[in-house]
Design a protein around this ligand. Structure first.
Ligand SMILES: NC(=O)c1ccc[n+]([C@@H]2O[C@H](COP(=O)([O-])OP(=O)(O)OC[C@H]3O[C@@H](n4cnc5c(N)ncnc54)[C@H](O)[C@@H]3O)[C@@H](O)[C@H]2O)c1
Length: 360
């Protein structure tokens, strides 16, 4: 495994530590990226993915670990940002030995990095990793874990949406608003229920017939449209991307009729510059990593011994954080995505600095 062969030089990206891990017998090749521990141990999941190259795996872990530092800072957690990638096809190579070998590398960092689930890793995998390390969260309920994170993710997205709607129309209520939900999966379903309860009209779509059937049965008042393109073009006030990344792109943004975008999907902006396109069209975008932090708030809470009410209270504060970001964006004349980054950097600098006060 070549080390630091990438053009994404970790020194220039500002990461604290990048750890390359290999166990030839089990086939483990992993990279753990710690972007910042200014606020506490770095927390972020393990992505298990068949990257095309080591460079691609490294680029992803550098990007994702940095993103986690910002997300955790804005979620108000006393946790820094990190992430790990395991390079390989989980269908082919995932085994007890590989996961436990990975757990031993996590343990070797002595608490500088806490891992959790991400794409390609599941609660059951974290239970195996935990046989070798204390520094793992996102575990099964039988092992003190918090279970399904989509419940609090949806709650947090709803809180972020309340703040965004208030910013545009003066009241945090969704009553009478038409909200388009793209993706009726784990998060989209819970979000739909919160919206209906608050008096919103929901228009939705999904590519999975089972998800559509679920909505027809449980929420017959929801209007279903053919696809995401139809939803974007529909007469909606708020657009909630809750499926895959890249929902906001050069095709969708010019066609979008909604005035607010707030959804659960990660990486909604297809490329840099889309946030400006949104602003130019007068569309308020509540940054994805701010509003979808309910899941990380949940796994972080598990580190202390999971308490649902405490975690829900923290996820409810996404309303206040989103409000603050939108006000900052207005006062500094920048898009909300830029304001969010500034607020995260401010917290990392101001709170992180306190560690320079010597205790003993
Ligand atoms: N689950 C969490 O706790 C959590 C936390 C943070 C962020 N997210 C992000 O939120 C999004 C949704 O997560 P989830 O857990 O609900 O996933 P999920 O897989 O349960 O649901 C996604 C849904 O989107 C549908 N879908 C896929 N492509 C579509 C398309 N082109 N048009 C319409 N629907 C489409 C799928 O059929 C599925 O029902 C993802 O981007 C995820 O990364 C989830």
């Amino acid at each position: 495994m070549g080390v630091f062969a990438s053009t994404d030089d970790p020194v220039s990206t500002g990461h604290e530590q990048i750890v390359f891990c290999q166990d030839k017998q089990s086939g483990l090749k992993a990279i753990i990226g710690i972007y910042s521990t200014a606020l506490g141990p770095a927390l972020g999941g393990t992505r298990f993915y068949p990257y095309a190259s080591e460079d691609a795996a490294l680029a992803d872990v550098l990007d994702l670990s940095r993103g986690m530092a910002y997300k955790n800072a804005l979620a108000g957690l006393d946790l820094g940002g990190g992430k790990a990638v395991i390079w390989g096809d989980p269908e082919q190579i995932k085994s007890e030995a590989l996961l436990r070998a990975y757990g031993r590398f996590v343990e070797s960092l002595a608490g500088r990095y806490y891992t959790a689930c991400d794409v390609g890793t599941y609660v059951a995998d974290m239970d195996i990793v935990a046989r070798e390390t204390r520094y793992v969260t996102g575990r099964s309920v039988e092992h003190g874990g918090a279970g399904d994170s989509s419940i609090l993710t949806a709650w947090g997205v709803f809180q972020g949406m309340r703040a965004a709607v208030e910013h545009v129309w003066g009241t945090p209520s969704l009553r009478g608003r038409r909200v388009g939900v793209a993706g009726l999966g784990k998060v989209g379903k819970y979000l739909t229920a919160h919206l209906l309860e608050d008096g919103a009209e929901v228009v939705a779509t999904d590519v999975n017939p089972k998800a559509l059937e679920w909505v027809r049965t449980n929420h017959p008042q929801v209007t279903l449209v053919d696809d995401a393109a139809a939803l974007v073009a529909a007469d909606i006030d708020v657009y909630a991307p809750c499926a895959l990344g890249g929902a906001l792109n050069d095709e969708t943004v010019p066609a979008l009729r909604a005035k607010v975008v707030t959804g659960a999907a990660n990486n909604q902006l297809a490329h840099p510059g889309i946030e400006k396109l949104l602003a130019d069209r007068g569309i308020l975008y509540a940054p994805d990593y701010v509003v979808n932090a309910g899941g990380v708030i949940q796994v972080a809470d598990e580190i202390e011994g999971f308490n649902f009410d405490r975690a829900k209270l923290r996820a409810t504060r996404i309303y206040d954080t989103t409000r603050e970001i939108l006000h900052l964006a207005d006062s500094e004349g920048v898009p909300p995505a830029v304001a969010a980054d500034r607020l995260a950097e401010r917290r990392m600098a101001e709170v992180g600095r306190l560690r320079t006060i010597h205790l003993r």
